[in-house]
Design a protein around this ligand. Structure first.
Ligand SMILES: *Cc1c(COP(=O)(O)O)cnc(C)c1O
Length: 220
């Protein structure tokens, strides 16, 4: 069940800092998305290709669909015609495939590099240093990938109650973001913060929070 009141208070909370809200709708019914759409929300985040396709087919055309899960190269082709922003780009192989499928569709696809900032081993992403090296390479060779636009970075902090740990991880990501944001005009998106830690992310310079359960309730 959508918590419309929590949604509006979140929108108001993010407004002064000009922080974008991505409503994370994975494992939630299309009906709940439509309910938020009718409240004015247009950006929705999904983690699974098949689920995103099914929802995209039945929901309004002006929804901006963000892919925030782990994307396998062989599935890029299914979402390349409509995806608005791919948050979890974690390999050069995936970047090349997105570029190829975007070209086939005559589009430029916006991407974020996922950076591994958490202590847990299981989370995907580039190490901060690897991400910096890749970005330098892409800046030096702007003609290499003509159908993708790297708009910024995405990261997930450790799953912990320790807010000092979370804050220090967000600081690492922010610093890296700032380093390229100051040089590249379109490098303007820092996707960090979810239900449990978006207030810390807001204090640490996020430009987009990915919030699910706070507004949609628990997932099935
Ligand atoms: C599920 C998910 C979220 C949202 O999580 P909530 O705790 O429900 O806000 C954010 N980011 C990613 C990458 C996710 O997979």
């Amino acid at each position: 069940m959508v918590n419309v009141k929590a949604y509006h208070s979140l929108v108001n909370e993010l407004k002064p800092g000009n922080i974008q809200l991505l409503a994370v709708s994975k494992l939630q019914p299309a009906q709940s998305i439509l309910q938020l759409y009718n409240e004015g929300q247009r950006d929705f985040g999904e983690n699974y290709v098949q689920e995103m396709l099914e929802k995209q087919e039945v929901l309004p055309n002006d929804i901006r669909w963000h892919f925030i899960g782990h994307l396998q190269s062989n599935k890029v082709k299914y979402i390349a015609s409509f995806v608005h922003l791919i948050h979890g780009v974690d390999s050069e192989k995936l970047l090349l495939e997105i570029n190829k499928q975007a070209a086939k569709n005559g589009r430029v696809i916006n991407c974020l590099l996922q950076v591994h900032i958490a202590q847990e081993e299981t989370k995907f992403g580039f190490d901060p240093q690897e991400a910096a090296i890749l970005l330098e390479k892409l800046i030096a060779q702007p003609s290499a990938l003509t159908h993708i636009c790297i708009r910024g970075l995405m990261g997930m902090a450790s799953f912990t109650e320790n807010t000092a740990t979370i804050r220090s991880e967000f600081k690492i990501l922010y610093r890296l973001f700032q380093q390229f944001h100051s040089r590249v005009s379109f490098f303007d998106c820092l996707s960090m913060g979810m239900t449990s830690d978006y207030t810390i992310a807001a204090e640490e310079g996020t430009t987009m929070v990915r919030v699910g359960s706070l507004i949609f309730g628990d997932r099935k």
